[in-house]
Design a protein around this ligand. Structure first.
Ligand code: SF4
Length: 288
């Protein structure tokens, strides 16, 4: 039905439909399940996201390696004090993103949307916009279909794998997916959704994948926190009427080219970036 953003725009415009409506139609065409079954599946995904985004906020959840954990609670406690630099919305979103990352590192249940490493961004973005605009679960389910449509375009035309394209492909894709969904849920049109997705990818283009000791913990969780902030600010940029000079399809193509140009040491091998620092190497020795 669509492989590229330009095709999605045409479908939405010609049929006067939102992104989520086109994505739902596509899912129904390509699967053998009914509309109700599809909605039930997405509801279950949303429930898992809600759990992972909240379960490390009031208690420290440590990773299996014991290397990381407890930062979601620290962030939430700090947010609750009410005097922060970025304000309650951004800080609470970052706490939720850290929560899902910590649940992932502790081998808990998360939704790998689009990957386990970047799983904190979309739940935190969805729950933030729910609170901000008093949205229902049904609204969030629509948002998840919108996010999924953007993710499909990135996966088809580039990559969502850190091993192939660096962290820009994982956390960047998650931020772009979330940004587009936030815009649609906030009442923006398809073009604004795509501008937001473009901003989110452009903002972190070139970001390398360098997990210390090869564990999806540090700097991954931090990048989920900054990734949700990236999604929120990219959505606001687009909703303010600011446009991306480069269309989304071309941004995706550029991200893929940048990813392929990254040396192997910066693509999930833990041989470069912060993984290759003195401390990173010491940690690796300790854990492996
Ligand atoms: S640094 Fe690598 S492993 Fe960690 S979240 Fe980014 S892409 Fe995934």
């Amino acid at each position: 039905m669509f492989n590229k953003a330009c095709e999605l725009v045409k479908l939405c415009t010609d049929n006067n439909k939102k992104i989520y409506e086109i994505v739902i139609e596509k899912e129904l065409q390509e699967s053998n399940i009914s509309y109700d079954q599809l909605m039930d599946r997405m509801k279950s995904i949303l429930d898992t996201m809600k759990n992972s985004a909240s379960s490390a906020l009031d208690k420290s959840v440590m990773s299996v390696s014991k290397l990381t954990g407890g930062n979601a609670k620290k962030m939430q406690d700090y947010t609750n004090k009410g005097k922060t630099v970025c304000g309650e919305i951004i800080n609470s979103a970052m706490a939720m993103a850290l929560s899902t990352s910590e649940v992932n590192a502790s081998m808990g249940r998360i939704v790998a949307a689009p990957t386990a490493g970047a799983s904190g961004i979309i739940p935190a973005a969805m729950l933030t916009i729910k609170e901000r605009f008093d949205l229902s679960d049904e609204d969030l389910i629509k948002g998840l279909f919108t996010a999924s449509g953007i993710g499909q375009i990135i996966a088809k035309n580039a990559t969502i794998s850190g091993a192939e394209g660096g962290c820009q492909a994982e956390c960047g894709a998650a931020s772009a997916m979330a940004a587009a969904a936030i815009v649609e849920l906030a009442g923006g049109d398809i073009n604004q959704s795509l501008h937001a997705a473009s901003f989110a990818l452009i903002n972190i283009m070139g970001l390398v994948c360098d997990p210390v000791a090869g564990l999806v913990e540090f700097p991954c969780a931090l990048r989920n926190a900054s990734g949700v902030a990236n999604a929120l600010l990219s959505a606001d940029l687009a909703l303010a009427g600011i446009e991306s000079l480069i269309p989304f399809d071309e941004v995706v193509e550029a991200m893929y080219k940048v990813g392929k140009a990254l040396p192997e040491s910066l693509r999930e091998t833990a041989l470069g970036g912060v993984a290759d620092t003195l401390t990173g190497k010491e940690v690796k020795k300790r854990f492996l």
